[in-house]
Write a protein that binds this ligand. Structure first.
Ligand SMILES: Nc1ncnc2c1ncn2[C@@H]1O[C@H](COP(=O)(O)OP(=O)(O)OP(=O)(O)O)[C@@H](O)[C@H]1O
Ligand SMILES: [Mg+2]
Length: 673
């Protein structure tokens, strides 16, 4: 049965999709002109009959395979650009009008003879009597003067049916130019062959990722989301939408194991000025001597390691080793303080999200099923951690999960890992941070993932800062608005099939509009991503900074911070060590008497301080002072263990004792009483 072609006396199309198409019209919308090739043609378009992004068709005759006769085919293409011009309105006329201040109506010039010239990128062709499920490359150019047709939605739907035949479709949105035509991508390709979502900030990456993830959740596919900014926490709030699926909010916990002791070295190298060769050797020795206890956090392990180094220094026969040991100890102290501070910040950020329930991430090696499980979405909230620590956590986590899959341990099913801010986790070597721990792990996942079912969704607003070789191994790309020319060029380089015309569209896209291309679709398409209104959550959304600025008052701790800063400045000015030689008793200057109230104050705060080890970490975070650089924290903790009488003996300087007292009081005033 033939579909109707309106506005045309041209060829009648026949199709095997008879039932579907019989009631739909194929509208003639233009005529092919100029030089046509097998990859592109141009046509003169009737006004308003088509838009950029539309799929159009031409019916034509080509030589058949045996080359003995001919065969009727449809040539399918996508409108990639439209130029508008009026040959009856030359430049000179425009100049004349503007010079003379005349309006067009006062002249005999025509403004109704516009011509629209549309460029079409050919997607492939299908035999007229063979259905639309298989597209073949066009091997013979389109005929000039051929009629260009606007297919009905049913025909386009059949062309795009389910993305790729035989694959599970994930519905992501519609064609930009036609809201009546859904676009689906192949779930199989997304989970095994990786997808990248790239756009400038505000381009709609998170909305698009949520759309794809929701489709995967509906199919029960296990997901792990690494979420540095909390963009996905709302999925937990909306969990009733995902019937039968468990949504878990996790916070990081780096557990030490026999195999990952080297992370201590990585952390030292990254967080401090590093270690010399002899220092590294000594640390390596200690790392093998101190065995991690099962489930022990890296922080606890570092504390034990420091104790062991202190013991070693005390017992060392060779006293020349003592300075090396103490440098190692000090550097570990720096790492410890920073980790502690980040844990605290993460905890604070979680506390601000009052309605959300977080649980500690389980050990990915020992209990991977606590992270990846069927019908489970695990969201790891990395807020508060610096980039290096985020990448260390990602590396340990993904490495362990990958090993479980690769060893066929059968502990966890295949899963998709979503990596937001991919430029942090897999930075390009040009960024000068190429040896971040997660780089190699993610490289492994992306090359081997296909075999073991460890798929990746990489999301970034700065594509040019992402490692090129890893990103180019994503087989599918969703590119939304991109304005930065460096990012545009980068995307052109890594996506072989991005046409020049498509690349030119990137800066003009609105939120949620973009190009989907690669193995997850049959051919590149301009897409408008569907926004899931029911997943929008308000209390975590964009913060209203104007309102916040208007209401802002300095926090109640400002005076406490000032007091702490004063105390620290005093401590800085005073010598750190006690005089080497005690003066003879006769020469000893009497310790000036301090009022008994000071002694009482000291006893009061130090007792509380002894029971609240976090107080100093808190104060450090609140003051923004890096005590670790001066080893202040260690000293202050040590002094806080002393009674006033002992302190008087240990610290002979009155001002120093008072500064210490001021500091402890400030630490406890920060809400830890
Ligand atoms: N498909 C869409 N349809 C309609 N509006 C959209 C769509 N996608 C995004 N938007 C709008 O754009 C805003 C920003 O989207 P989104 O948060 O996904 O951007 P992003 O690329 O993730 O930004 P960032 O880099 O800052 O994380 C959304 O709040 C929404 O208003
Ligand atoms: Mg986002």
């Amino acid at each position: 049965m033939a579909p109707n072609v309106t506005g045309s006396s041209a060829p009648i199309l026949t199709s095997n999709t008879k039932g579907q198409m019989s009631n739909n019209n194929w509208t003639a919308i233009g005529t092919v002109v100029g030089n046509a090739s097998t990859s592109e043609f141009t046509f003169i378009l009737k006004s308003f009959k088509s838009r950029v992004g539309d799929l159009v068709a031409v019916q034509m005759e080509v030589p058949d395979e045996a080359r003995s006769g001919t065969q009727e085919i449809y040539v399918w293409g996508r409108v990639v650009s439209i130029n508008r011009y009026n040959p009856f309105f030359p430049y000179e006329a425009a100049q004349e009008l503007s010079n003379e201040g005349l309006s067009l109506e006062d002249t005999i010039l025509s403004n109704s003879r516009d011509q629209l010239e549309a460029v079409v990128l050919i997607l492939g062709c299908s035999p007229v009597d063979g259905g639309l499920t298989n597209l073949f490359p066009l091997t013979y150019p389109v005929r000039p003067a051929a009629e260009v047709l606007y297919p009905p939605a049913a025909a386009i739907k059949e062309l795009l049916a389910g993305g790729i035949p035989g694959h599970t479709p994930l519905h992501i949105g519609t064609l930009i130019a036609r809201g009546d035509v859904d676009i689906a991508i192949s779930a199989d390709r997304v989970v095994a062959r990786h997808i990248a979502i790239l756009a400038m900030t505000g381009g709609g990456k998170t909305v698009a990722a949520r759309r794809i993830l929701r489709e995967l959740i509906d199919r029960g596919y296990p997901l792990l989301i690494l979420d540095p900014h909390g963009d996905y926490l709302g999925l937990w709030q909306k969990r009733e939408v995902f019937k039968g699926t468990t949504v878990r909010l996790l916070y990081p916990h780096i557990a030490m194991t026999d195999q990952n002791r080297h992370i201590v070295e990585i952390l030292i190298n990254k967080m401090t000025e590093g270690l010399s060769e002899p220092q590294r050797e000594l640390l390596g020795e200690s790392l093998t001597e101190v065995d991690p206890v099962e489930g022990e956090s890296v922080l606890r392990y570092i504390k034990r390691l420091r104790d062991s180094l202190a013991r070693k220094a005390g017992q060392a026969n060779d006293k020349r080793k003592v300075p090396t040991l103490s440098v190692c100890r000090r550097q570990l102290g720096v790492v410890e303080t920073r980790l502690e501070r980040m844990e605290l910040t993460n905890e604070r950020m979680r506390q601000r999200l009052k309605n959300l329930q977080f649980e500690q991430m389980s050990d990915p090696e020992g209990r991977p099923e606590g992270i990846v499980a069927p019908k489970t979405v695990s969201i790891l909230y990395l807020g508060g951690y610096d980039h290096l620590t985020q990448t260390t956590i990602a590396s340990i986590l993904l490495e362990a999960l990958y090993e479980h899959r690769a060893n066929l341990s059968n502990r966890i099913p295949p899963f998709l890992a979503v990596i937001e801010e991919a430029h942090t986790f897999i930075p390009s070597s040009r960024e000068g941070t190429a040896d971040v721990p997660s780089l190699e792990t993610i490289r492994k996942l992306i090359t081997e993932g296909r075999k073991f079912g460890t798929g990746l969704m990489l999301i970034s607003q700065r594509p040019s800062r992402v490692d090129e070789t890893i990103l180019s191994q994503c087989n599918s790309f969703l590119i939304l608005r991109l304005v930065n020319p460096r990012d545009q060029n980068f995307v052109k380089q890594i996506m072989e099939n991005l046409s020049e015309q498509d690349a030119r569209m990137l800066p003009g896209f609105g939120p949620g509009q973009g190009i989907i291309s690669g193995q997850a679709v049959r051919f590149p398409l301009l897409v408008r991503i569907k926004m899931d209104e029911d997943l929008i959550y308000t209390d975590l959304g964009d913060e209203n900074f104007l309102e916040q600025a208007a209401k802002w008052k300095p926090d109640e701790h400002a005076p406490v911070r000032e007091q702490a800063e004063r105390s620290i400045r005093t401590l800085d000015k005073l010598p750190d060590r006690r005089p080497k030689k005690e003066p003879c008793p006769a020469m000893k200057r009497p310790v000036p008497e301090t009022p008994s109230s000071v002694a009482e104050r000291w006893e009061k705060v130090r007792k509380k301080f002894l029971h609240d080890t976090r107080a100093l970490g808190d104060l450090e975070a609140a003051t923004g002072l890096q005590w670790d650089l001066y080893r202040r924290k260690e000293h202050v903790s040590k002094y806080a263990k002393l009674s006033w009488e002992e302190l008087k003996d240990a610290v002979r300087h009155n001002a120093k004792r008072e500064a210490l007292l001021g500091l402890l009081e400030a630490a406890l005033a920060l809400g830890h009483e």
